[in-house]
Design a binder for this molecule. Structure first.
Ligand code: ZN
Length: 511
């Protein structure tokens, strides 16, 4: 491919060749990804013929045959007559947008619900291809977090998805988690917004499509603001921003839908980025938010630029001389700015942009946290989520802490059952507090294993027992780990026995 890249680069120096109007600044004429090749040029025959000649030469060198049947040519703002002439002479048929590349549609307009149908179908297809009925909740959670979520990530990192699509994706994920299929209309055991909160706040750490989509797009904004040296960011600066600065670029009707959404992420980003000025020329003096978390223009307006007589495109180093701030003092605003910057230390190294705090770079997880509401930290998360746990047991324990089990007292209150007499036939009323572990049946099992972990006997209900677990099982010692493992295991098997007795009339004794 290097040989082909050299051939194509040489083409751009030929006088007959004309660049695509939006690729001229970067002198950009081709893009390769895996075994795909995209070529860009003005829609005139001489330029396109040069491309074809290069491809024929490349094929000849490798001893291959050029197959133009698998290629397509796409036009924009070209007359029908010109299109017909070009396609006939080149022998390449015309393609029409939108086309799919790596499964996603290539289009510049707003993404429609129909464009995303392939994403929804793919999620649904995956959920139906697994034998989910035989999977535990822990197994489904693993599949959801790894496979289904990664399908979404690919799309979320590329497009702003329509709200209806993100809702549909969430509905499929929710249905799969609780019912093992993607199309169930039944509800779940725990509210979905709680499920989608971080584990330390009592959730399962699942990232719903809507709240993940926005930080994924923000990542593009971060790359632009960092001036990451990719083709995409260079293209944004040369074509979309031109002489405007990222932070000052207006959102107008001329902006494409995707570009508008990238610019909109600045509202949240401005509160998360931290500009550290050093004696360099990276930051814009007037438009970058290096001054007390905002840009000087945002704080003082554009008149300060005129007052200073410093150009609009000046960098911060234009007011630094001999490693000291040296502001003109032509107006009261400039005197104020000079006063506030006097304490800003300057060092002789590159300007830096940090994410949230010094030394940190952009993290999708941190950005995601910025978009979802904070909930109080729960004291029990470390009792449920610990290393070397058994996923299905921990899931059952999580449901207990979240009061998600459908015990008989709940089913009775919903009118599903007539009696709330404990399924273990102890004669008492069944509730979560009773089952874990005030019920003589489950208490005997729990105490048997608790004693093996070196702890005291207990016949308390879950409200007291959970407090004891939170207080006693926070550490990382072996005893703490084995007791947490035991708690989750005993709870899981007691709950399974409860369900077997209730639904299948199948009984096992406690030993
Ligand atoms: Zn009981």
């Amino acid at each position: 491919m290097n040989h082909l890249a050299c051939l194509l680069k040489d083409v751009s120096f030929r006088k007959e060749f004309q660049f695509h109007p939006r690729c001229k600044c970067l002198r950009f004429q081709h893009l390769t990804f895996a075994d795909d090749l995209l070529l860009f040029a003005k829609a005139d025959l001489p330029s396109l013929s040069l491309f074809k000649a290069d491809l024929i030469e490349f094929a000849h060198v490798l001893g291959l045959q050029l197959n133009l049947d698998t290629s397509q040519i796409f036009f924009r703002n070209v007359s029908g007559e010109a299109k017909r002439t070009i396609t006939r002479l080149l022998g390449i048929h015309e393609g029409r947008f939108p086309v799919r590349y790596l499964g996603i549609p290539l289009l510049a307009s707003r993404l429609s619900h129909m464009d995303c149908k392939v994403l929804v179908d793919k999620l649904m297809g995956r959920t139906t291809s697994w034998l989910s009925n035989s999977l535990s909740f822990g197994g489904r959670l693993q599949l959801l977090a790894s496979v289904l979520f990664s399908i979404q990530v690919f799309w979320c990192s590329t497009f702003v998805l329509p709200v209806a699509v993100t809702k549909e994706c969430d509905r499929i994920l929710k249905s799969f988690l609780w019912h093992g299929v993607g199309n169930s209309k039944k509800g779940g055991k725990v509210v979905w917004s709680k499920v989608c909160s971080p584990k330390e706040e009592g959730g399962l750490g699942i990232k719903d499509a809507r709240s993940w989509n926005r930080p994924a797009i923000m990542k593009i904004g971060w790359d632009i603001c960092q001036r990451k040296g990719s083709v995409w960011t260079n293209w944004c600066y040369d074509i979309l921003l031109k002489i405007k600065h990222f932070w000052a670029a207006p959102i107008t009707g001329a902006c494409s839908w995707s570009w508008r959404n990238i610019l909109r992420t600045r509202e949240v980003m401005i509160h998360k980025v931290l500009y550290e000025v050093k004696d360099d020329n990276l930051f814009s003096l007037w438009y970058d938010p290096w001054f007390m978390g905002a840009s000087i223009v945002d704080k003082f307006g554009t008149t300060v630029i005129q007052d200073s007589r410093i150009p609009r495109d000046a960098k911060v180093n234009s007011v630094i001389s001999e490693s000291k701030w040296n502001w003109p003092k032509n107006s009261w605003d400039l005197i104020q700015i000079s006063y506030f910057t006097v304490d800003l230390p300057l060092q002789t190294c590159s300007d830096m942009i940090h994410w949230m705090k010094k030394g940190s770079t952009f993290s999708l997880h941190e950005a995601w946290r910025a978009f979802i509401p904070y909930s109080p930290i729960v004291s029990w998360s470390k009792v449920v989520w610990f290393s070397r746990r058994i996923p299905k047991h921990s899931f059952c324990l999580w449901l207990t802490f979240r009061d998600g089990h459908k015990t008989l007292d709940k089913l009775h209150s919903w009118g599903v059952v007539q009696s709330i007499s404990c399924a273990f036939r102890c004669g008492q009323e069944e509730s979560i507090d009773h089952l874990f572990f005030a019920c003589p049946f489950t208490a005997t099992i729990w105490n048997h294993f608790l004693a093996k972990c070196g702890f005291r006997m207990s016949y308390e209900g879950w409200f007291v027992e959970s407090d004891w677990c939170i207080q006693s099982l926070q550490g990382n010692s072996f005893r703490s780990w084995i007791t947490k493992l035991t708690l989750a295991t005993v709870m899981y098997h007691c709950w399974m026995e409860h369900n077997n007795r209730f639904f299948q009339n199948s009984f096992r004794n406690r030993y």
